[in-house]
Design a protein around this ligand. Sequence first.
Ligand code: PMV
Length: 326
Amino acid sequence: MKATAKSPANIAFIKYWGKKDPKIRVPLNSSISMNLSNIYTVTTVEFSPSFERDEVDIVNGEFSEKEKQRIIEHIDRIRKKAGVQYKVKVLTKNNFPKGTGIASSASGFSALTVAGAKAAGLNLSTKGLSILARLGSGSACRSIPDGFVEWQAGNSHETSLAYSLYSASYWEICDLVVIISKKEKKIASTKGHSMAQESPFLMLRVDAVEKRIKQIKKALKNKDFSLLGGGIEAEALNMHAVMMTSNPPIIYWLPKTLEVMLAVQKWRGEDLEGYFTIDAGPIVHIICQKKDANKFKERLTKISGIKDVIVNEPAEGARLVNQHLF
Ligand code: PMV
């Protein structure tokens, strides 16, 4: 059977960095994120007795052998769960070109999970899909439920999953994704998670994360934008302090990254309220209220060297769609 899914990327307000159980991607701490409306993946999966070998391809880019292998490993999990032995055809398409520096593992593995499970005849709940997506890539489990999402760390395979805190229409805030460099990141997050263990700050971070989660949840509940933004920015710097103090150190920022971070803080002190957050790469995400998104975009495009700004609103989670890619 053939099935197709569309799934968003997500931006973490509270980050996932470091694993309790690397083999099954159980994280050291819970995290909170928002699904993104304008960065997504569409994937079609088909299992058929007429296929002679597994085939994996991407429409607008190229997969390395390592990436293909990781996708097939995930397909194997689905085949095993469904008792399916047929070979597979997977075709995937991002709405952003590969190599923009935008991480695609969250949207990619969540779309693969939803399409793959359906194509294999599995009938999984949102909870079940989130657990399965987590095995492909940790942050992918947060792209399954709608809108604003919490990934409860849990302490076992069954208890580590994400669920929706609020729907996408709950709050009109935006994430402006500022493309600074189109190069692939230097250290993949899978490696970065294990290197975090070397940082003397990792456990300090984990011990204090509960307090920051409470702050973000309170800000979401009360729609208190300043409280939310302050928490998001502090959290990003906290995670990057762990990255920078790993051994060897990981510095994901480029000079332009810092330039945008400082501009956001300067504008905030003047007349425009926004807060930055950064994942495992040089791209800066600016969280602002929807009414201010255009103003930010105008100012950002005046900074030399900025390649693109993608404006995102909160989005639904992964969905089956009717239009197949093949
Ligand atoms: O899911 P992974 O292994 O790509 O890890 C994601 C890590 C960060 O993007 C840096 C943080 C997060 O919570 O998304």
